[in-house]
Design a protein around this ligand. Sequence first.
Ligand code: PHE
Length: 367
Amino acid sequence: MTDLNTLKDKTLEAITAAATLEDLDQVRVSALGKKGELTALMKTMGKMAPEERKEFGQAANLIKDAIATALDSRKATLEEEALAAQLASETIDVTQPARPRKKGSIHPITQVTEEAIAIFGEMGFTVAEGPEIETDKLCFDDLNIPTDHPARQMQDTFYMHGYTGDEGSLVLRTHTSPVQVRTMNSQKPPIRVICPGRVFRSDYDATHTPMFHQIEGLVIDERGTKENGGGRAHMGHLKGVLMDFLKAFFQVDEVKIQLRPSYFPFTEPSAEVDIGYEIVNGELKIGQGDKWMEILGCGMVNSRVLENCGIDPEKYQGFAFGMGVERLSMLKYGMPDLRPYFDSDVRWLDHYAFEPLMIPSMTRGLN
Ligand code: PHE
């Protein structure tokens, strides 16, 4: 009997101590197996007196049941633990951010062009476009820049040598002004268009690339008379349009500009526009301050250009302006060098490009 109780205690202890299902099986075999200790003890019953045998047999069966129950319960616990460990090792952390996917983004040139279109669109301008390969006539002659005129040297033209269209020789357009000519050739005043687009000049350094972008604007309306004063598209309107544009574009309440007399063959008088700025704590602040920076060219459309485009300068007058998109974008978004704009370097784009669905608008914001 004592043997039975000792065996019971020892086995139950071993069951509790078993750390794995294999350990537990060893305990089962060594107690209940064919050659197990309980089995061996039960074999001794044959030699016992009938009374003793009965008592021993009942006790042995109870112990056997107790051991079997303990084995089952420990087995269930170990199986649960094993499952939990396996689940833990195979867990996927769904809260981790997904690996970034390559996605397209909007180039600063496109963004700034869209911003300008949004602003001028609000003022009633529509967008006009034209070809990048342009005739000599539309790019220069009609704009009052004859072949032998020194003004041709102002723009380092790429000539399409050997290509001559029906309307004369071809060039890569050096400005988007030929789109203004095309517009005047095909529309009656009042005209209010902006011409954004790609232009080409043979030039390359930190602030010039052989291909860049411009936005030009053109407004043609009634000429000034005694009745209407200075007319409906005079220099004051030009200044107002430019100031409204610059305020909206640079997102400032006030903007200081100065119109400095200049020369363009297609405008008379002509001016270059400087915008006030200051450097505060190393940061460029546009709109105020005592420093001036040139930002665009403009003027009243030369009456010769109006004539070339079939518009009567006795009846109509207007103004035009032109600016570089890269320059606007560098100033607004603080980019020091122009050349990386066209390198297609994804690191530069990751830093400077814009979210595809953030379409600029005057009501939702420009960026
Ligand atoms: N076309 C001029 C240029 O590219 C810019 C400009 C446009 C100047 C309209 C005045 C008026 O240099």
